[in-house]
Ligand binder design. Structure first.
Ligand SMILES: Cc1cc2nc3c(=O)[nH]c(=O)nc-3n(C[C@H](O)[C@H](O)[C@H](O)COP(=O)(O)OP(=O)(O)OC[C@H]3O[C@@H](n4cnc5c(N)ncnc54)[C@H](O)[C@@H]3O)c2cc1C
Length: 445
């Protein structure tokens, strides 16, 4: 008797979306070939050859389900997401945000992939889209150029370009911890972070230094080419109120010496379990590395700091997903071609993993001749896919989730905002539980 061979799924790119997709396809019974170009070729931002490396902050956003990103995480945990499991196993702090040790998290993802009997990791850059199906393209916002051109030839969709920046990471030994105030601008009792306090003159001097420093952000960049969440400080410094109200907002923190609210703060958050590395939270920048040490070294408490990982700006790409993507993650009329993650305009890590989850499951189903599944409509996951596939293509930009995107609660006019949110959270939990028990196909996708 001839033995039937297992269905095969090919995934290109072992970032957050690709690692999740490969894992879910393998869990669904497919043999997976996962291509990753690092270390032979790399991107401007990746530092290691580990699958699932975080290129920006070490924060996966708010943890509580009362916030949209927290609910998305709750749903992915229920769905046994690889990325969420490895993030939870690498937590540095989860008081408000889920802060992880980025090396531990990527290490856990790498080990899981290496140990999976149905995943083969090939360290190779893919330069042409192969004809094989099903195929998941998960090469992210920094997709290598030859492959980006090949995707264009297949889809005939133009790319959109964005500048995004990451924040510097400094070593504990180089900062004066004693001068820094523990607490968070939202909650002074939350001691996860440390804060440098700036008075008016220190803030003015800092702004002047940022404005005078050399940056890698091209002078001719357009405002619409910037991603708000990862805006470099040099793009805000022309209006210091943007910094005061945004990344340098002291919130409820008070200077214990003067009893006054400081003019501005710079917040440091831990990068690793030992708290030896700290990120200058929200200080995304593309200033030249030597300028960064000088400019941030002017901040009280950071004199003489050593930057171990400078902030960087990257010009990233995304495709206009609503023009070609179905809610199953598959390209409309694209047979077995799936696109996921930053390449189709997810803005953050968890959103990228969510699209990877769906494409992984549906690619395995496609290979087995089964109908695709769609996320239950009551969930933030479904809201994300609706936004990615149903937005106006003319104004499409990288997508984050919010509660306004969720399906309405019947008869909600009598409920307060908090009550409505609790109903939505419960409804999502029940819908995902039912989906896990019986992930039946949906008619269109
Ligand atoms: C400067 C910057 C800062 C950011 N900061 C944050 C942040 O703070 N928080 C946040 O949530 N998000 C941030 N993002 C967005 C974040 O990068 C994405 O949300 C997330 O990484 C997308 O996951 P992905 O798997 O699609 O892409 P990636 O994580 O980039 O993974 C893509 C993988 O594909 C590989 N690859 C690329 N081309 C090929 C090829 N031809 N062949 C084989 N392999 C290939 C790459 O090496 C990489 O491993 C930032 C992005 C940038 C550019």
């Amino acid at each position: 008797m001839t033995e039937l061979s297992a269905p095969q799924v090919t995934v290109i790119g072992a970032g957050l979306a690709g690692a999740e997709a490969a894992w879910q396809a393998a869990q669904a019974g497919a043999e997976v070939i996962l291509y990753e170009m690092r270390p032979a070729s790399t991107t401007l931002l990746h530092r290691t050859d580990l699958p699932g490396e975080l290129v920006g902050t070490n924060s996966l956003g708010v943890g509580v389900p009362e916030k949209a990103s927290g609910l998305l995480k709750q749903e992915l945990r229920q769905l046994d997401s690889l990325v969420l499991r490895c993030a939870d196993d690498s937590v540095v702090s989860s008081t408000h945000e889920l802060l992880v040790d980025r090396t531990a998290m990527a290490g856990a993802i790498t080990d899981s992939i290496a140990a999976h009997p149905r995943i083969e990791l090939r360290r190779e850059e893919v330069t042409e889209l192969p004809d094989t199906e099903p195929l998941i393209v998960a090469t992210g916002p920094l997709t290598s150029q030859p492959l980006a051109r090949s995707v264009y030839r297949r889809l005939r969709e133009p790319y959109r370009f964005f500048y995004q920046a990451s924040a510097p990471v400094v070593s504990l030994s180089s900062i004066c911890e004693r001068g820094l105030l523990p607490g968070s601008p939202r909650d002074p009792e939350d001691e996860t972070g440390l804060n440098c306090l700036l008075d008016e003159s220190a803030f003015d001097a800092f702004c002047a230094a940022v404005a005078a420093a050399q940056t890698t952000l091209p002078a001719e960049h357009a405002r619409e080419e910037m991603v708000d969440r990862h805006l470099p400080i040099e793009a805000m410094v022309h209006d210091p109120h943007l910094l005061r109200r945004g990344p340098m907002n002291p919130g409820r923190l008070m200077d214990p010496d003067s009893g006054q609210r400081p003019a501005a703060i710079v917040r440091l958050l831990p990068e690793d379990a030992e708290s030896e590395l700290w990120r200058l939270s929200e200080m995304a920048t593309g200033l030249l590395p030597e300028e960064q040490e000088q400019v941030f070294g002017m901040i009280p408490g950071l004199e003489g700091l050593e930057i171990v990982r400078p902030g960087q700006i990257a010009r990233s790409v995304c495709l206009c997903a609503p023009a070609f993507l179905a809610r199953s993650g598959r390209v409309r009329n694209g047979e077995g071609l799936f696109l996921v993650g930053g390449l189709i305009g997810t803005a953050d890590y968890v959103e990228a993993a969510a699209t990877g989850w769906l494409a992984g499951v549906n690619a395995a189903r496609w290979a087995q001749g089964q109908q695709p599944v769609l996320f239950p409509r009551e969930t933030m996951l479904a809201a994300l896919m609706n936004r990615l596939t149903g937005s106006n293509p003319d104004t499409f930009a990288p997508q984050l989730v919010n509660f306004g995107m969720l399906a309405a609660v019947p008869g909600d006019s009598d409920l307060s905002k908090e009550e409505r949110r609790q109903v939505q959270i419960e409804r999502s939990r029940a819908a995902v539980a039912e989906f896990v028990a019986e992930p039946g196909p949906e008619p269109s996708g």
